[in-house]
Design a protein around this ligand. Structure first.
Ligand SMILES: Nc1ncnc2c1ncn2[C@@H]1O[C@H](COP(=O)(O)OP(=O)(O)OP(=O)(O)O)[C@@H](O)[C@H]1O
Ligand SMILES: [Mg+2]
Length: 510
């Protein structure tokens, strides 16, 4: 008989109004990467939270190290050598890297008969971990100063440090750069070689072919099946998770320059006070989707923050439909109809303690209000109407609109954020990494939605690190290099090679 690290059998999990898991089976062998695959809301995170002891199953049993349990607690799960990297980052910004890594399990030593915290050893171990995963910061760096991808790396270091046998990674690469992903895969291969089992959740199907050994597919909380990764194609996987073959890939229709509509947004000579972006000039036309490419921190998101009024500029002019705008803060941006769908949804995308209803209607309410939101807020009835419309339009999977947004699956939270800006009748919508953590089916829905918005005359900007995504949805692509625009391509002219070239070679050297 094969020896499993973990076996989960006939797992059920019900939440009020939702059956999140129905008779699900899952097992993990030593030295394998077992991928868990499924659309947004399929139940992946829920199954893993049962294994980490965060949720108790309604039914079923879990066997770990030959011992069978009805449920686990976080403590027991940790003692059994199970470690989880949650989908939504759980590092604490106010603490240092080292404190985050050793939170809840400080290393101690004996000094003069007393147990004291062993700072020297924690420092040493943290340094080694950081070198191992290739994170360039010191153990004392405050996590709040790190970029989102670096926070993710700290989270991974935390799981590895713990020397667990079972490591669960819930969408670990959703905000990592190519280079960081390569580093992570290196770590995963080392963990495998050391006989650890890794459970890997990702919406990036190509990644699964690269790193996965077995794959289990869930659909709407049901167990679809388990296969060896080498025996299935990406198309097979898509069919299993979506339950149908996806229509041919969505492609941008290329526009003749002459047929481009009038200019919706014009940015001239934009320079940020902190110098992160310099002398940015571009025009966004009606009826086009404008893409922004470039390496992480090359100035794409930094430009959007400036347009959105989130950071001060030292020079520059913005024109919306020909009218010059003064945007001093994000409230001005909202009033003028400029929306930013941020890449980091957990930190800046929504209000955690608000319901889906409030989150969906908030932007519209603020926009319609007077005196900076002090009066003129709309009624509960209107809120219900606005949010019910968006839940329908965006096909948000929830039990009721009164549910807390934190209860939604990651992808459905993203839909709420999009729905909020649509409800507010935005004139320009900036999408920053819009399909991070979004399953393939929903992805094509979002692309269609962008095209629809753009046809309705809304200006659409897409910042993305995924070149295939930019090539699939944009009509024109600008490429950043070190804070400046370094290249511009129409969709007919753009290729992955050209985008990479402009992102890495300054124009003067070309
Ligand atoms: N705490 C909770 N309370 C109520 N419902 C919940 C809770 N947690 C999850 N759900 C529901 O359970 C279902 C499965 O959610 P889960 O987060 O496991 O999906 P997922 O497969 O991880 O999706 P994603 O790819 O979007 O992260 C969803 O319908 C979700 O709304
Ligand atoms: Mg999830």
């Amino acid at each position: 008989m094969e020896q499993f690290l973990v076996e989960m059998r006939d797992i059920d999990k019900s939440f009020p109004g939702v059956k999140a898991l129905n008779q699900v089976n899952f097992s993990l062998k030593p030295g394998e990467v077992h991928v868990l695959l499924g659309e947004n809301g399929a139940g992946k995170s829920t199954l893993m939270k049962i294994l980490s002891g965060a949720y108790e199953p309604t039914n079923g049993e879990i066997t770990v190290r030959g011992q069978t349990y009805k449920q686990l607690t976080p403590k027991l799960s940790q003692q059994l050598g199970i470690s989880i990297i949650y989908q939504e980052l759980s590092v604490i910004s106010e603490l240092s890297v080292q404190e985050n890594i050793f939170l809840g399990r400080l290393l101690t030593c004996n000094k003069l008969g007393m147990t004291v915290v062993d700072k020297a050893r924690m420092n040493q171990e943290t340094e080694k971990l950081l070198t191992d995963i290739g994170l360039k910061c010191t153990p004392q760096t405050r996590v709040g100063y790190l970029r989102i991808s670096e926070k993710q790396m700290v989270e991974i270091a935390k799981a590895v440090a713990f020397n667990a046998d079972v490591i669960i990674m819930d969408e670990p690469t959703s905000s990592l750069t190519e280079e960081e992903i390569a580093q992570l895969f290196g770590i995963i291969r080392r963990l495998k070689a050391a006989g650890k089992g890794i459970i890997y959740i990702s919406h990036k199907l190509k990644e699964i072919k690269t790193i996965g050994d077995r794959v289990t597919v869930l659909k709407d909380g049901e167990y679809v099946g388990t296969h060896n990764v080498k025996d299935v194609t990406i198309d097979d996987l898509v069919t299993m998770m979506v339950g149908r073959e996806l229509q041919s890939k969505y492609h941008a229709t290329s526009h003749d320059r002459a047929t481009l509509g009038e200019v919706v947004l014009e940015v001239s000579n934009l320079t940020r006070k902190d110098g992160y972006v310099k002398d940015i000039n571009f025009k966004l036309h009606k009826g086009e989707i404008l893409g922004f490419s470039g390496l992480v921190a090359s100035g794409r998101t930094e430009t959007m923050e400036a347009i959105y009024g989130a950071v001060p500029i030292s020079s520059g002019e913005l024109r919306l439909n020909g009218k010059q705008l003064r945007i001093r803060n994000t409230y001005d941006a909202l009033k003028h109809g400029i929306a930013l769908v941020t890449e980091n949804r957990r930190e800046t995308g929504f209000f955690h303690n608000f319901s889906i209803r409030r989150n969906l209607s908030l932007a519209k309410q603020l926009k319609d209000s007077k005196g900076g939101g002090l009066y003129g807020l709309v009624s509960g009835a209107q809120e219900r109407k606005i949010s019910a419309e968006q839940v329908r339009a965006m096909q948000i999977k929830c039990a009721t609109i009164e549910q807390s947004i934190t209860e939604l699956s990651g992808g459905n939270q993203q839909k709420v954020i999009l729905g909020k800006w649509l409800a507010a009748g935005s004139k320009v919508i900036i999408f920053d990494e819009p399909t991070k953590g979004i399953d393939v089916g929903t992805k094509s829905e979002i692309y269609k939605l962008m095209r629809m918005l753009c046809e309705q005359g809304v200006g659409v900007i897409v910042v993305s690190s995924e070149l295939p995504e930019l090539l699939a949805v944009c009509d024109r692509i600008l490429v950043y290099y070190e804070g400046r625009i370094n290249g511009e391509y129409t969709i007919d002219d753009a290729t992955e090679e050209k985008l990479v070239y402009s992102a890495t070679v300054p124009r003067e050297d070309a």
